[in-house]
Design a protein around this ligand. Structure first.
Ligand code: IDP
Ligand code: MG
Length: 156
């Protein structure tokens, strides 16, 4: 099933100069970028995005971090994109995330921040993905096109 999912390079990823590296990992895995922009979100918007977490004890820290600077927001599309992207991102806690994952490879220097600075956000499931794609992107900000891989498959 072809799915769309939201990925954010969080402010800690942006200031560390990891935007390119993070995007590369999704691109080389064959995920298609169908929307992308830079945004500096407000506390109000953060509450919409993280509505499931606003009552948690770590929420103030999470809001402070996600609004501390611009994020790169992108919509990735592909077969089982939600699950595949989560696998590439790794576990929430960078210290438990395996090598080869974005958080496992780059998250360790941030461990002093109680796990909040884990570089990337990715939609957790289909329901979340649908809500997040709609929250972050207007219809006209999403683009349909065929990658070379898709064209090649069609020709086979
Ligand atoms: P996820 O980003 O892996 O889906 P969620 O449980 O949805 O993880 O939590 C959203 C974000 O909140 C995490 O990415 C992380 O930045 C932060 N967070 C989650 N749990 C904790 C915690 O126990 N301490 C500090 N920050 C946390
Ligand atoms: Mg989540």
């Amino acid at each position: 099933m072809i799915e769309k999912t939201l990925v954010l390079v969080k402010p800690d990823g942006v200031v560390r100069g990891l935007i390119g590296e993070i995007i590369r990992r999704f691109e080389v895995a064959g995920l298609k970028i169908v929307g992308m922009k830079m945004n500096h979100i407000t506390p109000d918007f953060a509450k919409k995005h993280y509505f499931a977490h606003t009552e948690k004890d770590f929420y103030p820290e999470l809001e402070k971090r996600i609004t501390s600077g611009p994020v790169i927001a992108m919509i990735l599309e592909g077969i089982k994109a939600i699950e595949v992207v989560r696998k590439i991102v790794g576990l929430t806690d960078s210290s438990k995330s395996g090598p080869g994952t974005i958080r496992g490879d780059f998250g360790h220097v941030n461990l002093g921040y109680k796990g909040t600075k884990n570089l990337v956000h990715a939609s957790g499931n289909l329901d979340e993905a649908k809500k997040e794609v709609e929250l972050w992107f207007k219809k006209e900000e999403l683009f349909g096109y065929k990658t070379l891989y898709e064209k090649h498959i069609e020709e086979d």
